[in-house]
Design a protein around this ligand. Structure first.
Ligand SMILES: [Zn+2]
Length: 138
């Protein structure tokens, strides 16, 4: 059985300590700048299950880079540069011929530019400040 990107071995991993590196990804590089920490990583799973027919596929159609901002660390912006993959569906009768490998849910949304936890912090701050941008700057 081939482990899929959003199921299988990735979800069976033991709990990990909080980290900016998402589960199911392997780090390639860390770039430390004066105001930014960039983490470059790629997915470990060889296969991904089609979002329509649920059949696993190992046929990668193309690659792209996803950039997500994560919670800041020690005063630095944390940016994730994750290798994204588009797979070909193995079933010819399927509605989709290709599909994008989803990110693990705690990491981010499909079209998001922030991780879920940074998004949650931004929403919380928005609620606390009552939608008053720049509040407290007085
Ligand atoms: Zn399919």
């Amino acid at each position: 059985m081939v482990g899929c990107c959003h199921r299988g071995s990735a979800t069976n991993e033991p709990p990990r300590p909080p980290s900016s590196l998402p589960a199911g990804f392997l780090g390639d590089a860390l770039e430390l700048g004066t105001d930014r920490l960039t983490i470059v990583a790629h997915p470990v799973a060889a296969a991904c299950c089609c979002l329509s027919c649920d059949e696993p596929s190992i046929r990668v159609h193309s690659h792209y880079q996803r950039r997500l901002l994560d919670l800041p660390s020690h005063g630095r912006i944390v940016e994730l540069q994750l290798l994204g993959r588009r797979f070909r569906c193995r079933t010819a009768a399927g509605v989709r011929r290709t599909f994008v490998e989803p990110l693990p849910l705690p990491v981010g949304q499909r079209f998001g530019q922030r991780t879920s936890r940074l998004d949650g912090l931004v929403q919380h701050l928005g609620l606390v400040l009552g939608g008053r941008s720049g509040a407290g700057a007085d």
